[in-house]
Design a protein around this ligand. Structure first.
Ligand code: ADP
Ligand code: MG
Length: 473
């Protein structure tokens, strides 16, 4: 079974079950809290004749899902494919990767791509899916997001004060929340259009196919306020960028407000036309930084108080737990809120609050406590040393063969051994695009099957990295 997976290079594009759709059904069925806390982390690995294989980060999460949600998940799956009679799990445990040569990468990549794709699929153009729960009132302000918050508020009070407004940050830091809040504030008096860049592309292509370009153009050019989320996903596709650029200018000319979010500053956007980037850079560009402890605590405290207020927290999550979570969950606000939801779920089921050691188990995949954690930096150092190249060479744009393989190898290992997303990995390699990351992973994947020497090298490197000790590099 596992060999089937790795022997089939086309595997990536052969999924029959649309996991995006299943996920969106799960969201509807279980509600956003349960989905975000427990189900979102499920990776779809492979569909077999009578069962599907999914992966989850820890045993605890597997047991939790299996005992509470599995039947209903199966029902959802069955509504798309009746032949599936069971769901099997694997635990996505880094140590297991050493023992077996499971080739899960294709599916992981496929999944992380899918996760980025919005799931709305129907009428002509989908926009204005504004979420009433993401507003200015419940956006908690700290030093890392103060500027972004203030700029967003100003824009929503005083049209075309900063135009365009460009917000950027890593994932889960509140960009979509702010865009949504701006949309909510302005929608009563303006034609607001809120769309992700991916959806924009999707609609664009669809409109061309169905001869509806005129309608497409009209839709966008009629907006008083255009909010575009995750602009980094709009890359390539000249004709579409052309259309975007013209729409953009037309809107600015008639005084419409444009707000854009991205995971990086305008200058670092890849494969987006220079003139579009400079348009972005010409407005107000603001970033949201990682939340510090203070903000994390403030957010978690407010959320916990809300739970109390709505009587959803019978056990009154105590300050010790709140401090523990805010201290340990540093990666993003999304994960922070997810951590709190897990504690609440736990306390409902077990009729008590978890103690700290139970909390560590419940939140294992969100905590950053393992000592010898593999970082991309460590991978780069070890790979450079092994191939006798300098780190500057590895990170340079040079394409000499003696640099390309080590670079691809390091990218591949970063994907295998860390939980970083494709764009994050790309960023650590001198801001390469996530498609370059995919390409490298697939290349090494393929070479591993053909080139035994390379295969052995990679296994050696993998061991070196996993057993990395400070003094070795
Ligand atoms: P991004 O778009 O940057 O990936 P989101 O806007 O989706 O992040 O935020 C992730 C989650 O965290 C959402 O549920 C959002 O409501 C919440 N969130 C983010 N920042 C804040 C904040 N400052 N105060 C309250 N909730 C926040
Ligand atoms: Mg977002």
């Amino acid at each position: 079974m596992k060999n089937n997976l790795s022997n089939n290079p086309d595997n990536l594009f052969q999924k029959k079950l649309d996991w995006d759709v299943v996920q969106s059904d799960m969201k509807k069925k279980f509600g956003i809290d349960i989905f975000e806390s427990w189900l979102k982390k499920i990776l779809f690995i492979e569909e077999f004749k009578s069962y599907i294989l999914i992966s989850v980060p820890t045993r605890f999460i597997r047991d939790w899902i299996a005992s509470r949600y599995l039947d209903q998940i199966l029902q959802i799956v069955n509504s798309y494919n009746k032949e599936i009679i069971r769901i099997e799990f694997i635990i996505e445990n880094k140590n297991n990767e050493l023992k077996s040569n499971i080739n899960e990468n294709d599916s992981k990549i496929n999944n992380s791509l899918q996760n980025n794709v919005s799931f709305i699929k129907d009428s002509f153009i989908q926009y204005n899916r504004l979420d009433p729960n993401k507003n200015f009132t419940n956006f908690v302000v700290g030093s890392s997001n103060k500027l972004a918050f203030e700029a967003s508020k100003k824009v929503s009070e005083n049209i075309a004060h900063y135009n365009p407004l460009y917000l950027y940050s890593g994932v889960g830091m509140g960009k979509t929340h702010l865009l949504n809040a701006i949309g909510l504030n302005l929608k009563s008096k303006n034609r607001v259009m809120f769309i992700s860049a991916e959806r924009f592309m999707y609609q664009f292509v669809k409109s061309i196919k169905s001869n509806e370009m005129v309608r497409f153009k009209d839709y966008f050019r009629n907006a008083d306020v255009l909010l575009i989320d995750d602009i980094q996903f709009m890359n390539g596709k000249e004709a579409m960028q052309e259309e975007f650029f013209h729409t953009f200018n037309a809107l600015l000319d008639k005084g419409s407000q444009i707000i854009v979010s991205a995971d990086r500053p305008p200058s670092k956007l890849l494969r987006i036309q220079e003139r579009i980037k400079s348009r972005f850079a010409g407005g107000l560009v603001v970033d949201i930084q990682n939340p510090d402890y203070e903000l994390r605590y403030k957010i978690i405290k407010i959320k916990a108080d809300e739970l109390k207020y709505f009587n959803m927290d019978r056990f009154h999550i105590n300050d010790e737990l709140l401090k523990f979570i805010s201290f340990e969950v540093k990666t993003s606000i999304r994960e922070l809120v997810g951590a709190l939801n897990r504690i609440v779920s736990f306390s409902k089921i077990y009729n008590k609050l978890p103690n700290i050691s139970e909390t560590k188990v419940i939140l294992k995949d969100l905590l950053n406590m393992s000592e010898n954690k593999v970082t991309i930096d460590i991978i780069q150092n070890i790979v450079c040393k092994y191939f006798k190249i300098s780190k500057n060479e590895m990170l340079s744009a040079r394409r000499s063969r003696y640099l390309v393989r080590p670079r691809q190898t390091a990218i591949y290992l970063a994907k295998m051994l860390t939980s970083k997303s494709l764009p994050e990995i790309g960023r650590s390699f001198s801001n390469r695009d996530h498609t370059t990351v995919i390409h490298s992973v697939k290349t090494i994947e393929k070479l591993r099957k053909e080139d035994n020497e390379l295969n052995v090298n990679i296994d050696t490197l993998k061991n070196k990295i996993l057993y990395f000790k400070e003094n070795e590099v």
